[in-house]
Design a protein around this ligand. Sequence first.
Ligand code: GAR
Length: 205
Amino acid sequence: MLNLGILISGRGSNMENILKSIKSKKIPINPAVVISNRTDARGLKIAGNLGINTEVIESKGFEGSRADYDKKIISILKKYGVTPENGLVCLAGFMRIISPQFVKEYKNRIINIHPALLPSFTGLNAQKQALEYGAKYSGCTVHFVDAEMDTGPVIIQAVVKIKENDTEESLSKRILKEEHRIYPEAVNLIARNKVRVFGRKTIIT
Ligand code: GAR
């Protein structure tokens, strides 16, 4: 069984939903550790209450390079058995760019959720970007993390229709509902070894 590490920066609703889904939907993966880059991340308390190990490596004021910071993350992941061979890392609202070294060592072992239909609206405030663009549809994407931001092979996407009177808040809420559906589904597929990567494409077996 794979060991799961979840990286968060804030609210942690995707993290909470994945952890609860592992129990209720019997996803065959061991929730090993939740790591935050912020001491004040709300998700830390939620993870603690669910009996999951939590760790913090404060990124604010961290002296050293991005690669140095990620080395610390990697050493914690390994401490909990989340290795490249036997682990899966979920970025769940982890608002940091991952270093090329981390991506290389954990090739196709790090996944992310993004609140838009990639390749549209990458980076921050994706819901606001979709509204300002005047898009009629947006959604969310679970994808493998590669060396660029929000560019890795897509695993699952869900479409959300944009309403004329949508605000950033109302659209984000409907997208989040879909995030909570597809992120555990992606974890389940990987846990059951059902996702193959061929270049940019994934195939679900
Ligand atoms: C989610 O909407 C996630 O898709 C987004 O941050 C939110 C985190 O919420 N991630 C990104 O924008 C990454 N570029 P959560 O902490 O409640 O899971």
